[in-house]
Structures are given as C-alpha cells and as structure tokens.
Write a protein that binds this ligand. Structure first.
Ligand code: AMP
Length: 441
C-alpha cells in the first residue's frame, strides 16, 4: 500500500464525472464569451512566478514546489495559471498584431505547499480566464459578470460577490505611505508574518487572519480615501455596470488578494450553502496593469479570474446540484451461453457505434445475478441474447425502470433504441413477436 502524498486527493469515478461536468459547463461559458483554450505546461521556470506572483506573496515565499532539474535549472510546479497563460501569449507573439483583447481560458492542476484543510489541497484544479489588452472598466465588469454567470449556470444560488479596488499605481503609493505610518505604531504587537509584510508588501497586512491583528487592521486607513480621480471613476463604472446587470455585490475594502500582480478592481466570489456552511472564496480575480510587461510583453493591462474546481464540487455536492447528472448505462448486454458470448462483441460494437453506451457481461453469471449487475451499473436497458435469440434473430430487451420486456428483431435493435430514447421511428412488428401489442401478419 502506498499512501497519497499529503494534501493530494484522487478524483475518481463519480467525483471525476462531476469534475468533468463542472469543467464542461465552465468551458461552455468561456466559449460563449469567445475565449480560446490555453493548455500550458505544469512545469515553468521559477523565475516566472518570482516576477509575476511576486516575491512578497505567501505563494512565492512559502508555498512553491521548486526544485533543480538534472540540468541544474530551477523549476516550479505552477502554483497558479495566470502567469503561464500570459507567458504563452508573449512567447507565441499573440500581442504582435496588437489585435486586442487576447482572451484565453484554462483548466488544470496547481500546486501549493499549504497546510491541508477543508477545501485546501496541495494539488488542486482551477478553471480561469485571462483577457489582455486595453482593459476599460466595462471589460472588468464583463469579466466579473462572466464569473458570476458561470456560477449561475452551475446552479449556485447564494453567491456573494465581494469587490474592492486597489487603485492605480499612484493611488497605491499614497495608500502604502498611509499604511506605513499607521502600522508602524502597532508593529511590535503584530504577528511575525505581518512584520515581514510590513517590509515586503504592506497591503498584505490587510489580509492577516490573526485575531489580534484583525482588530488593528479594522482602524487602518481605507484605500477609498487615497484613490486618484481616475481610479475612483473606474471603480464607479464597474459598480454601475454590475448594478445595471442586476448582479449583487458588496464592497469590501479589506480585500487585497494574495497575489502581487493585482491593481484596479479585485473581486472574490464567496459561497454559503443552504445549510449555512461557509466555503470562503470559490473564485477570485482582478485587474492587473504591469503583469504582461513584467513577463516580457507590451505595456498592456489584463483582467482575469480563477475558480477552484474542488470548492465548486464540494458546494455542489452539499447543495445537491449534481442531481441531474446522468451516469446511467444505456445497454447492459447479457449473453447467455457460449455462442451468445461469441456474438456479443459484434452486437455491442453496433450499439456503441450508434452512440449508446454498452457493457457486456462476460462474467458467466446466472440470470438473476446479471440483472443485479445491470442495476448496479444503472443500466437503462438489459439486452438478453441466448441461443434461441441467436437462432431466431430476435433479441429480448428489458426496460430496467418499467421492467417491461420487448422482443426486437436484430436489424431493428438500433431503431428500437432510438425510439426508446425519443428519437426516430420504430415499427414494431415481426413474425415471432409475442409481446401482445402488435398484430401478427
Ligand atoms: P487564487 O489563485 O489564490 O486567487 O485562488 C483562486 C481560487 O482557487 C480560490 O478561490 C479557490 O477556490 C481556489 N484555491 C486556491 N488555493 C486552493 C487550494 N490550496 N486548494 C483548493 N482550492 C484552492
């Protein structure tokens, strides 16, 4: 027995099906907004994250899986996918034509050496989007509403959207000075992390989770008092757009996000289940002004968000949002006897090639046990083929829900399935039929 690596988890069978469903819905939403898929490597140079996520962020300071490869290069398992997506836009010269915006979406695993706990893994999956170019506030609003709509399409009802603005460079410079003055009075009594944050990126102190520090943060200066006119205007436009779109939000001026590249509007989607369970942030994102330049691209801006698939799945499990997910099997094929076993591969082939899922029972079970297996596999139909059926060319099909049994000519099997699944026509007649419904010729 080998144990899982701490903080990782298997996503198998039902859970995997749910993840696929979530990813299909989110991908569909991305395509509705005309985003194109980006599949970038999990391995990136460590330097990429130092430059983008930032060396003052917790991610870079404490959480990266970084190692030297056999060629002595410093490699990191990506802790997020924004940096890699932008890097790939730069490397593939997608900005060369200045045909903005350049829009990408992604789905895949991330790695952070965090303390594993409820909803927090060391390997977890994200879906996200990045939109790069001249990012007007209306574009920010469109991206926020896209995240919101994606959650609606998954059936989420109790989403709380929190927004804030980190302002432009000028606003933040003034704000940092004000924070320095304020926190320097309390620094001695604050946690060790905050002491480091004070030096590295003072804004991050606002995000501290230590109760004593939270009290100090409560009375700290607010960004809203330090915004330039243009930063203030941009934020007002975003709020108006959200109002017009009927998307409820809360302005939370302690929202600073853990990644250093954000500027302008930042946002988080929070969720509380119908049972009152709080899942924290299920998705988050914001506007960035200098990231593309930092990664070697032109001085253009961007906006994006990422959602944690694990957290979405756990909300959906708890709130019963997977109820409609169909994991049934169309046909469970039960060959009785050697000849039927021999013929079963070809019959199953025809069923599958016509678009119906089919499993053959080759385990030599008795009739009763086969039906039990069909039930366990959530089969909609059982197809019974014995020697007699092979000789006459008339199979027996059993509807597993209604328990109704039909006889079907072998050439009509697919027509019958089409008919049962609500498509096409099926003419029910043949010489050997004993169903009692059709008229014998
Ligand atoms: P971030 O990339 O930190 O902005 O996070 C975006 C989203 O990814 C969060 O809202 C979570 O849903 C998810 N997420 C971040 N870290 C983890 C983790 N360690 N385990 C599971 N999900 C995570």
């Amino acid at each position: 027995m080998f144990n899982l690596v701490k903080g990782t988890h298997d996503v198998i069978i039902d859970e995997a099906r749910k993840y696929s469903y979530i990813e299909t819905v989110l991908t569909k939403v991305a395509e509705l907004y005309n985003y194109k898929e980006f599949r970038t490597p999990i391995l990136e140079t460590s330097e990429l994250f130092l430059r983008s996520v930032g060396d003052s962020s917790d991610i870079v300071r404490k959480e990266m899986y970084t190692f030297l490869d056999k060629g002595g290069r410093s490699i990191t398992l990506r802790p997020e996918i924004t940096a890699g997506t932008i890097r790939s836009m730069v490397n593939n010269k997608l900005f060369a034509m200045e045909d903005y915006p350049v829009k990408g979406y992604y789905v895949g695993p991330n790695f952070r050496y965090e303390r594993p706990q409820q909803g927090r893994y060391r390997q977890f999956n994200q879906f996200g989007v990045e939109c790069v170019g001249v990012i007007k506030p209306e574009r920010d609003s469109e991206i926020i509403s896209m995240g919101y709509n994606a959650l609606m399409m998954l059936g989420f009802e109790n989403v709380t959207l929190k927004i804030n603005t980190l302002g432009d460079d000028e606003s933040r410079t003034k704000y940092r000075e004000a924070l320095k003055e304020y926190f320097s009075k309390y620094l001695d009594e604050m946690c060790e992390d905050c002491k480091e944050r004070f030096e590295l990126n003072i804004l991050r102190i606002l995000d501290c989770k230590v109760p004593h520090d939270i009290e100090i943060v409560k009375n700290a200066p607010k960004i809203s008092d330090y915004l330039t006119e243009s930063a203030k205007n941009s934020f007002e436009i975003v709020k108006k757009n959200l109002d017009d779109l009927g998307i409820p939000y809360e302005v939370d001026d302690s929202l600073v996000r853990g990644l250093d590249y954000y500027s302008g509007v930042v946002f988080e989607f929070h969720y509380t289940s119908s049972l009152g369970k709080n899942y924290g942030a299920i998705g988050a994102g914001g506007h960035y002004s200098n990231l593309v330049k930092e990664i070697g691209g032109p001085q253009v801006e961007g906006c994006g968000f990422a959602m944690g698939i694990e957290r979405l799945a756990s909300v959906m499990n708890d709130d019963n949002l997977f109820a409609d997910l169909d994991d049934s099997l169309d046909v469970y094929l039960m060959p009785m006897g050697e000849k039927a076993v021999d013929a079963s591969l070809l019959i199953a082939n025809e069923i599958r090639m016509s678009g119906y899922s089919c499993e053959i029972c080759l385990e030599n079970k008795g009739f009763g046990q086969m039906f039990k297996k069909a039930e366990r596999r959530k089969a909609n139909y059982a197809l019974i083929i014995g020697n007699e059926e092979l000789e006459t060319g008339v199979y027996t099909l059993k509807d597993m829900k209604t328990k109704e049994q039909f006889t079907v000519e072998k050439d009509k099997l697919i027509d019958k399935l089409d008919y049962e699944y609500g498509e096409g026509e099926y003419e029910h007649h043949h010489d050997h039929c004993d169903c009692g419904e059709c008229s014998h010729e």
